[in-house]
Design a protein around this ligand. Structure first.
Ligand code: PBG
Length: 330
């Protein structure tokens, strides 16, 4: 006769109350930072075809959307600007224009909703005629690190002046955290935080985001600055540098194919760790759900919980609003 089990883990799963008692990780609306897309115009809401349910919004509509999200308990937003090609140039000069779309809208959001936290994006790509995060050498096509730092510093300063709470450098240039920290501190913005995109990989999962902003590189790819998806240790090297340079929070991006990296970063830092559940990760779940191949709502919650379980304290996610609605419903 085979031996009956003496250890029965199923006892801890026998009812919902017990399952809830022993649950190790939870998802709440406090975990979310909602990335939103801003475009010019009035009363504009243009759905992004590869991100069902996500819209590029003009400032007036974005303000309404933020109001609705605040009602649901979402308090942190990461706006990204989608600009017409006509205002893009080699040095991303629009990025520091206080009367430009992005900075004006940042200021207006903070005026109408002083309680929300805005994480603003520092990188050249939304403003760059080359579609790169850094300055492109016109002859060689090379991305010029140190020339880019100068621009990123000015961009961060302009965003701080507009009322940004957290500067989010998404560009992956070397030394940009220290550079931005110095520029902020020497201009009386020592209270403005930096959330570094610490381990940002050169990923195919950014496709829908580049559709949304029309920001794909015109030439080449981003592999000389974004990380090789094959690498794990290198994330820890980036982490050490970001810590030394003064980052307040660190990020891993994308999230789902990089849960191991989230865990590694969690284990090697005392700083808060965030993860960016990127556009392609959102698109995959939506596409499968629309086809009736997956239960979209359950998959969404499982995906978000997995990112927390891996070690993230907060998640940038396009699911923020939908998940907040589901969590509120209970
Ligand atoms: C670029 C940037 C990207 C994303 C955020 N900032 C794309 C890229 O590096 O090309 C992607 C976000 C997403 O896919 O949701 N500075």
């Amino acid at each position: 006769m085979p031996l009956l089990p003496t250890h029965r883990p199923r006892r801890n799963r026998k009812s919902e109350v017990i399952r809830n008692l022993v649950q190790e990780n939870t998802l709440t609306v406090n975990d979310f930072i909602y990335p939103v897309f801003l475009i010019e115009g009035q009363n504009q809401a243009v759905e992004i075809h590869s991100m069902p349910g996500i819209y590029r919004l003009s400032a007036d509509r974005l303000l309404d959307e933020i109001g609705q999200c605040v009602e649901l308990g979402i308090r942190a937003f990461a706006p990204f600007p989608g600009l017409p090609d006509a205002v893009k140039d080699r040095l991303a000069t629009q990025s520091t224009n206080p009367d430009g779309l992005y900075l004006k809208t940042i200021a207006e959001i903070k005026r109408q909703y002083p309680g929300v936290v805005l994480m603003t994006d520092v990188a050249m790509d939304p403003y760059s005629s080359d579609g790169h995060d850094g300055v492109v050498d016109p002859e060689s096509g090379e991305i010029l690190n140190d020339a880019t730092l100068e621009i990123l510093g000015q961009m961060a300063l302009a965003q701080a002046r507009a009322g940004s709470d957290i500067i989010g450098p998404s560009d992956m240039m070397d030394g940009r955290v220290a550079w931005i920290r110095e520029v902020l501190d020497s201009n009386a913005f020592s209270h403005v935080s930096i959330m570094s995109y610490t381990a940002k990989y050169a990923s195919a999962f950014y496709g829908p985001f580049r559709d949304a902003l029309d920001s794909a590189p015109k030439r080449g790819d981003k592999k000389t600055y974004q990380m090789n998806p094959a690498n794990r240790r290198e994330a820890l090297r980036e982490l050490q540098l970001d810590e030394q340079e003064g980052a307040d929070m660190v990020m891993v991006k994308p999230a789902l194919s990089y849960l191991d990296v989230i865990r590694d970063v969690r284990q090697h830092t005392t700083l808060p760790v965030t993860a960016y559940n990127v556009s392609g990760e959102y698109a995959m779940v939506k596409a499968a759900a629309q086809n009736g191949w997956l239960d979209g709502e359950r998959t969404m919650l499982e995906v978000l919980l997995s990112i927390k379980r891996a070690g993230a304290d907060a998640i940038l996610t396009y699911f923020a609003k939908e998940a907040a609605q589901v969590l509120r419903r209970g």
